[in-house]
Design a binder for this molecule. Structure first.
Ligand SMILES: [Zn+2]
Length: 549
């Protein structure tokens, strides 16, 4: 397979050569005088982004760029930060972010531009448009963000489901030839607007109505313009192996890199099967395909209750689903399916394993699990009554839910795989707003605290690599995710001995601890553990040859 090169790479390289020339010139002219810097970070353990041991070094910046790494004792800096004993790393890059949502009440970065839950994790760049949903056109959202810049950087994928809804609507039918051509044109337009590739969410309405061939047809367009394909696969439980094979086929026939997003083995029967999932990835890589994974470090997932309903019942969207629930025979068939789901998949045979996260029609339900809600209503706590309850909640407008459905050994297996990076699948959250999955507040510090320091699952430098250079290279961000001269100064400084996630499933609105400084484009958004209120975030486009400059 030919891996497409990013169209802008030649230009970007030219820019970096130019920057290197400027730095050389600065050093040459500075031989008569002391080189200057706007900021000098002194004496830290520096992680360059590579999966290598950290080095003891100073790092100095000029404006929004890193201009030196090494012995900074001769540097005259406007501001000096003593970071001895601390880790200095590139800012974390999240390739699966719900920082922009369709729901205006939960519109994330536009509503809460300070993104404190992200910054306190060390996240400096989020890539939105995951799971097949993105705004269309992307350009309008990008312009909105540029008019009201947030604290962190934002980029996006274009979503297959959104493209399908835009052209075909919510019905379960294949597109006509003309519609498919139009879908391809929408993807091409989004790529020109700066998307980093195509995302899909093949469990959702209407993404699940798309055939493999349809997705290949769109993936080709994204791939031809240098994008990747990133997918919430059709099934993450009993049929996960077939779903991985589908993703590999889409990458191969679409001619582009593929990424399994929030990789997991879900449900009672799938315990331990992450080994087989990873073997499929290894086989594909051995055949020369470019397949990667990302993961959030929790044993529970989170998504709408609707995904538990059978595919046929979702044809036409939620309004039609509500009508079907009024017909006794259809309701009975739907209930049977939900009982099966509750037993084997997302419920792991216990209503307590399904926890409500966000019920727009009644926020007093947020945080309760289905067992608690059944008890509160004086009903028997059984799988059957839980299935009944899910239908009732759906009829009232539906809820987001948290599903305790994975085993930690599988989480660890996937995390250890060399082609897995870290991504949160969270968004911009703020205390008091619903009862979100703790991944929104804790993903990155949880990997660094629980999995690196406490359980020794990964060396610290490998974990940081999975949060920085690995995702940057995945989407062709040539001047982020690294600490080197000429890179944009997106950086974090933290104490590896106390970094920790605090958010839990019962008390999710807890900021992570341990981040000391977070710098974005040379500007501190967190200084000495305090938010500064600065909003230096930029829109990152795949088409920018000098993004960030
Ligand atoms: Zn997803």
């Amino acid at each position: 397979m030919v891996t497409p090169r990013r169209a802008g790479r030649g230009l970007r390289l030219a820019t970096r050569v130019r920057l290197a020339a400027i730095s050389a010139l600065m050093l040459a002219t500075a031989s008569a005088q002391t080189p200057r810097a706007s900021l000098l970070l002194q004496g830290g353990w520096v992680h360059t982004g590579q999966d290598q041991s950290m080095i003891r070094a100073d790092v100095w910046l000029q404006g929004d760029l890193i201009v030196g790494v090494g012995d900074g004792s001769g540097i005259l800096a406007e501001r000096v930060l003593d970071v001895s004993g601390l880790v200095v790393a590139p800012g974390f890059i999240d390739l699966h972010s719900h920082a922009i949502r369709g729901d205006p009440e939960r519109s994330g970065l536009l509503r809460w531009p300070d993104a404190e839950n992200q910054i306190r994790q060390g996240v400096t760049t989020v890539i939105g448009g995951p799971d097949g949903w993105s705004p269309i056109p992307l350009a309008a959202t990008f312009e909105q963000l540029e008019r009201h810049p947030p604290a962190i950087n934002f980029g996006a994928f274009v979503g297959h489901g959104a493209v399908r809804e835009h052209v075909v609507g919510l019905d379960d039918r294949p597109p006509s030839e003309a519609e498919l051509a139009q879908m391809r044109a929408v993807v091409a337009q989004a790529m020109r607007e700066g998307a980093f590739g195509l995302s899909s969410g093949l469990v959702y309405t209407p993404g699940s109505f798309g055939s493999t061939e349809e997705i290949i047809a769109l993936a080709e367009v994204a791939g031809a313009q240098g994008g990747i394909y990133i997918s919430h696969m059709r099934n993450e439980a009993r049929e996960v192996m077939a779903s991985v094979q589908e993703l590999i086929r889409i990458a191969e026939e679409g001619g582009l890199p593929g990424q399994i997003t929030h990789a997991k083995a879900m449900g009672t029967e799938m315990e331990g099967r992450s080994v087989d999932l990873l073997a499929l990835v290894d086989d594909a890589v051995a055949r020369g395909l470019d397949i990667t994974l990302d993961q959030y470090p929790y044993t529970a997932g989170s998504t709408g209750l609707t995904v538990q309903f059978p595919l046929w019942s979702r044809d036409g969207g939620n309004r039609v689903l509500a009508e079907r629930l009024k017909q006794p025979e259809l309701r009975r068939r739907i209930k049977n399916h939900l009982v099966e789901q509750m037993k084997e998949v997302r419920g792991r045979n216990d209503p307590a394993n399904v926890q409500l996260a966000w019920c727009a029609f009644d926020h007093s339900l947020d945080g309760l699990n289905l067992a608690q809600l059944l008890e509160r209503q004086g009903r028997a706590v059984t799988i059957e009554s839980a299935a009944e309850l899910i239908m009732e909640l759906q009829e009232k407008g539906g809820c987001q839910a948290i599903y305790h459905a994975m085993h930690e050994d599988d989480v660890i297996n996937i995390m250890r795989h060399p082609r897995t990076m870290i991504a949160a699948d969270g968004g911009v959250e703020t205390p008091g707003n619903g009862h979100p999955h703790p991944r929104n507040y804790g993903t990155y510090p949880r990997v660094l605290g629980r999995y690196v320091r406490d359980l020794g699952v990964l060396p610290l430098h490998t974990a940081i690599h999975k949060m920085t250079l690995m995702p940057a290279e995945r989407i062709g961000l040539d001047d982020r995710g690294r600490i080197e001269s000429g890179a944009v100064a997106d950086m974090v400084v933290f104490d590896p001995s106390n970094i920790a996630d605090k958010a839990t499933f019962t008390d999710p609105h807890q900021y992570a601890e341990g981040m000391i400084h977070v710098i974005i484009a040379g500007e501190a958004v967190l200084r000495d553990g305090r938010m500064t209120g600065a909003r230096p975030g930029r829109v990152l486009r795949s088409t920018d040859d000098t993004e960030g400059h």
